[in-house]
Each structure stands twice: as C-alpha cells, then as structure tokens.
Ligand binder design. Structure first.
Ligand code: MTE
Ligand code: MO
Length: 386
C-alpha cells in the first residue's frame, strides 16, 4: 500500500524539523566549515575592496604600478575565493538548516534580532555569490541594477551582519572548536568524508575556472566563460568598436591625439606618433571579471608625452576615449602609473597595428591596473599637475 504524504501545508514546522535526521550535523561541523568559509570571505572581501579602491580611490589610498602582475593576483584571488564560497556556503547552510524550522522561531527580542541578522547574512551572501557569478559569466541582463554599486554595498551589509553573527556565536564556536568530535555512528558518510567532498568541489571549481587567468591551466578551464587565448590578435575583447559606436571616428584619417599640458597642447597624427620614440612593454590586461592575458604592446611612453607638454613629476593624467556615453570613457592615471616607463599609449600589439576592437588607433596600457581602466580608442590626454 502506498502512503500518501501529508500536503506540505499541513506540516507544522515543529514536525518538519524531525524530517532532518542526518547525524553528521553538529556544532563542531558547522564551526569547522564556518572557519574555512570565514577565511574565504576575508580574502574575497579584502581583494574586492582593493579592486574597488583602485577604481574609485579614496584620498588616503595609494596603489603602486609595480609589480606589474599584482592586481592580476589579487583579482584572481577575488574570483577564485568567491567561487570557493559556493560549496562552503552550501555545506554551512546544510549543516544548520533544520534550525530554520524550529518552533517558535524566536524566544525573546534579543533572539529575534539574532535571527534577523542571520536572515540578512544569508540573503546578502546569496546576492553576492549570484551577482558575482552572473558578472563573470558576462550575463548582465538579469541584473536590472548597476552591478558594481550593488555588489560593493551589499558586501558591507554582509560584513556587518557577519560580525554580529560571529559575535553572537563566539561562545558556541569556541566550545565547538575546542571540544573533541563526538563520533558519528558508523555507516554512511563521515564528517571527514563530508569535508573532503566540499574540498573536492572547491578543487574542481577552481581548476575549471582559474585557467582564465593562469595560462598553464587555460586548457582545463571548461567552466571559464573566457579563453584568454581567443580573440583578435590572440586576446579577448570585452566591448568591440562597433558596440562602442566608435568605428567611424577611430578610422577617420583626420584622427588626432590631443595632448594637453601646462605649457602647451599638441595635436598628433598617427604619423607624428610613429615618429616619436617607440617602446615596448609586456603587460597583462586583467579584467575585473577574472580573465587576464599578457601581450607585448608597442607605442609611446605616457611619461614622454607628459614631459613634451611641460608636465612635471607627480602629475596625474586624464585619459579620454572617442567612445561617448560610457562609464569607461575616461580613466585617470595616478602619479605612479603616469610616471612608470611601462605605461604606454599603445599603437601595436604583438608587433601588429592594434585591432580596431583592441582600441585602434591608440589605447592605454599600464602596469598593475584593472582592465576597465585600460582605456581604448584614446583621443585626448590631459596632464593634471598636483
Ligand atoms: N573606451 C573603452 N575602453 C575600454 C573598455 C570599454 O568598454 N570602452 N573596456 C575595458 C575593459 S572592461 C577591459 S577588460 C579592457 C579589455 O581590453 P581588450 O578588449 O583589448 O581585451 O578594455 C577596457 N577599455
Ligand atoms: Mo574588463
């Protein structure tokens, strides 16, 4: 005879909680997973904040132009730890979710506030992981808000709720991490087995995505939305010239690069630019979305142009694109980047004239800098004296 289960609506939460019977759950398990999750969150938050600060520098902030690959490492860590949080968060939630069905849901006002902070914490964590993954998957359309602003502010909400949560749970965490593990009855998965499975999931996710930024693993990057080896001139493109609406202006023979400084303004044709001292720099494009690719760029040093228009040491440089109505129209080189001899207005990549989609006729390439700031289709630079 088949027993028809009661409709869910008739199941009182108090009875529901009896359905979750795994004996693996324990404060020890939750605390151990929580500790790993805490490490991943700390690295993800710190590297995320760093990326934000580089793009929107507060007054006190200093970011060097060397080592050239530093941002590549920090942003690679941001994306890798963000992805590692997925299995850790799933395991952590699994280890406690019968508590969601406890009845009554809270005992007193303090407990109610604690429950509320957990709700905020989980909601913010899910939001961060979801929007982050949508962004690295280049799938912006489900996000009706501006990703970076939402992702940034939700990170603060998350960290606030996390600190409250850790503060409240500290006595339990201390006891759980200090106490010996009470044994799980034999048969079925062990706690060690569960943690190994979580670790294996993180390993698979990492190996299947990190090749976007770690060349030797590029061939294994089956889950990476980008192959850093594929694109015009062997480099990926985020926004093409057509999408940016610059094709006509970028190919116009009347193109001039305007260089504005304290002493004079130069208007340089491509022939003028080719007649200046040429340099090469081996530098990566490091997209905030987690892919990066190194290339050999050739062109004119920004510091030479700054000197040519009378700019002195300590100057910043504003770089403007032919592209209109875009957040990436303008970027500013802070003094360390403006003065670095590796910072170029590139005319070539890999020995060839820049592809239109890589910023022809002139693009900025500077060391240790997010891809979003490596402005393409540059039309004007302006020296900003300190
Ligand atoms: N004017 C302009 N410059 C831009 C962009 C853009 O959309 N418009 N995209 C930026 C981003 S997000 C990245 S990662 C790099 C990518 O350069 P690539 O397309 O040559 O690989 O260009 C940057 N420069
Ligand atoms: Mo990017």
């Amino acid at each position: 005879m088949v027993r028809i289960p009661e409709p869910l609506t008739r199941l009182h939460p108090a009875r529901l909680s009896r359905l979750f019977t795994s004996r693996l759950r324990s404060p020890q398990l939750t605390s151990r997973i929580g500790r790993l999750l805490g490490i991943a969150v700390a690295v993800c938050f710190a590297t995320g904040y760093l990326s934000h600060a580089i793009q929107h520098p507060p007054g006190w902030f200093y970011w060097p132009s060397r080592p050239v690959n530093l941002y590549r490492v920090t942003q690679g860590l941001h994306v890798a730890t963000g992805l590692a949080i997925v299995p850790l968060l799933a395991a952590k939630l699994w280890s406690v979710y019968p508590k969601l069905f406890r009845w009554p849901p809270f005992r007193d006002p303090v407990h109610a506030i604690e429950r509320l902070s957990v709700f905020v914490l989980v909601a913010a964590a899910l939001f961060q992981v979801t929007t982050g993954i949508l962004n690295i998957a280049l799938w912006y359309s489900p996000m009706s808000f501006f990703f970076t602003t939402a992702h940034y502010w939700t990170a603060w909400i998350f960290i606030g709720a996390l600190l409250v949560h850790i503060g409240v749970k500290l006595p339990i965490i201390r006891r759980a991490l200090g106490a010996p593990e009470h044994p799980v009855p034999t048969g079925g998965l062990s706690r060690r087995g569960l943690l190994t499975a979580v670790g294996a999931a993180i390993g698979v996710i990492t190996v299947a995505t990190v090749g976007q930024t770690l060349r030797p693993l590029a061939g294994l990057s089956v889950l990476g939305p980008r192959d850093p080896r594929v694109g015009p001139q062997g480099l990926p493109v985020n926004r093409s010239a057509d999408a940016a609406g610059v094709t006509a202006a970028a190919t116009d023979p009347a193109y001039r690069l305007e260089v504005v400084g304290p002493d004079r303004t130069l208007r340089l044709s491509l022939t003028d630019l080719a007649a200046l001292a040429q340099h090469t720099a081996q530098l990566p494009i490091t997209c905030v979305e987690g892919w990066s690719a190194t290339a050999t760029w050739g062109g004119v040093r920004v510091s030479d142009l700054v000197a040519a228009v009378g700019g002195g040491p300590g100057a910043s440089v504003r770089v403007e694109s032919l592209e209109q109505d875009s957040l990436y129209r303008i970027s500013t080189l802070a003094p360390p980047h403006a003065a670095d001899p590796l910072t170029l207005l590139a005319l070539r990549v890999g020995g060839q004239t820049l592809d239109l989609d890589h910023g022809y006729p002139v693009r900025l390439i500077a060391p240790n800098r997010p891809g979003v700031l490596q402005t393409k289709w540059v039309t004007r630079i302006e020296v900003l004296q300190p």
